[in-house]
Design a protein around this ligand. Structure first.
Ligand SMILES: C[S@@+](CC[C@H](N)C(=O)[O-])C[C@H]1O[C@@H](n2cnc3c(N)ncnc32)[C@H](O)[C@@H]1O
Length: 265
């Protein structure tokens, strides 16, 4: 089984003023928010994949594939360096690997939950092509030098960061000039579809998630975290402030999910 690299790092210092980021119930600052998020994902790691597929009705697979396809040009460069942030059990990372085809870019999945990474490594051995590397790391304090990666992706992870602006600045830091970033995350669809979706997301999903995982918090936190996440216009403006020259958003499946793309000048 591939090993998980665990570098020595400390929790990042985040400014307490005007921090916008995930804040699970009962947390009082970015540090306690990050800890609560890590504990939540660690608690649901064993059932995470099953729940993902059931609760999204398998749309998750389509969204990961579609995101990977967007970056095909980058992924088919044999010398490319790719980082999949908040990789969890690795499904976005594997989608990137598959899109690379016969090419062999260096792909690394990073997450701060050891339990989630353990699931990723166990799935890694089942893939027969060259497998991604895995590293235990905080997205707000990455153990990589500046200008290291050609592509940074994150699927359904960025929304969980305790400080979105710090997360974006860290992505810009590790990207090479001309490098690209793709952040896939949930959105809030509008109109009749939105009303239906909110009913499902707020009433059905937390109950089914809690029932299957046996853990109460995470599936109530999920809709709350999507509500708290900036709307596309605000997120795009935050991306530009963080240092992306170009930024755009493409809705997937009526805007239930969507891909933010940014390019470092
Ligand atoms: C909803 S899961 C997404 C996993 C995977 N990308 C997917 O699409 O299924 C969110 C992941 O983000 C990770 N995460 C949240 N905040 C993080 C941080 N500050 N640094 C690293 N990982 C983080 C969690 O541990 C969790 O595995």
């Amino acid at each position: 089984m591939p090993e998980i690299i665990v570098p020595e790092t400390s929790m990042p210092e985040t400014s307490k003023s005007a921090v916008v980021g995930a804040a699970p119930d009962g947390t009082i600052d970015p540090r306690s928010a990050a800890r609560a998020v890590r504990e939540m994902f660690t608690a649901i790691a064993p059932q995470y994949d099953l729940l993902n597929h059931v609760l999204s009705m398998n749309a998750d697979r389509m969204w990961w594939r579609r995101t990977a396809r967007v970056f095909r040009n980058m992924l088919t460069r044999p010398e490319a360096r790719v980082l999949d942030l908040c990789c969890g059990t690795g499904d976005m990372t594997f989608a990137l690997r598959r899109e690379a085809g016969k090419s062999s870019p260096r792909i690394v999945g990073a997450d701060f939950s050891h339990a989630m990474l353990q699931r990723a490594t166990s799935k890694s051995s089942a893939e027969n092509r060259s497998t991604p590397g895995w590293i235990e790391a905080d997205a707000l304090n990455l153990p990589f030098p500046g200008a290291h990666f050609d592509l940074v992706t994150s699927a359904f992870g960025f929304r969980n960061l305790a400080d979105y602006d710090a997360g974006l600045r860290e992505i810009v830091r590790v990207l090479r000039p001309g490098g690209e970033c793709g952040i896939l995350d949930f959105g809030e669809p509008k109109g009749a579809m939105g009303a239906l979706y909110r009913l499902y997301f707020k009433q059905v999903l937390p109950r089914v998630g809690t029932m299957i995982s046996g853990v109460r918090g995470p599936y109530a936190y999920l809709p709350a975290s999507v509500e708290r996440f900036p709307a596309p216009d605000e997120m795009l403006s935050r991306m530009k402030t963080a240092g992306f020259a170009e930024a755009d958003w493409t809705p997937y499946t009526f805007g239930i999910a969507g891909l933010y793309r940014g390019k470092k000048p």
